[in-house]
Structure formats: C-alpha cells, structure tokens
Write a protein that binds this ligand. Sequence first.
Ligand code: CA
Length: 99
Amino acid sequence: MKLNLLLLFVLTVAVLAQVPTYENYWYVYADGARIDLPVGHASPLVTDWDNDGDKDLLLGRYLNGNIMLYTNSGTNDSPILSYTGLLQAGGGNLSVPSG
Ligand SMILES: [Ca+2]
C-alpha cells in the first residue's frame, strides 16, 4: 500500500511538473488594422520570405488552405506588415490541405 501511494505521489508530481504556462496573447497588425480571419484558425509562419533580411509573415488559412503573405517593411524588432496577396503556384492560388 505504501508503495502504491508513493508511486501515485511521484506520478502526480511528474504530471504537475509538465503543466505548460502561457504568455498573454497579442494581436498582429498589417496595413494599420488587426489581422482577423473570418473563419477558423490560422497557421502562422515567420520567415524571411523575400530574402531582404527581415522576417515576413505567412498565414495559412483554415477556410480553404490558401496562404496569405505579409511582407515586412520595418525591422524584426518593430515589424511593419503589409498584405501582399495569396501565394500562387501553377497559375492559381496555392492551397494546402486544411481541416
Ligand atoms: Ca523579408
């Protein structure tokens, strides 16, 4: 019985030690307005898409799997994002599976 209680205690401590903590959320702005998707969630990727040295934002949309590109004309510490359009390939909008 003591062994079971000890095992339960150890497992409880192990589980509690893995509880994640979260920072407060913040909004991301582009073209002077908050980026807001009408349906579903977004899959963001921050990378230097246009290879100019600052990080841009690619935003995958749940709605139809399109990928929105926001280029950065600011800096990595103070980005100024502008919507550039949907990524395209093969003459149409690039789409990845969503849902
Ligand atoms: Ca860039």
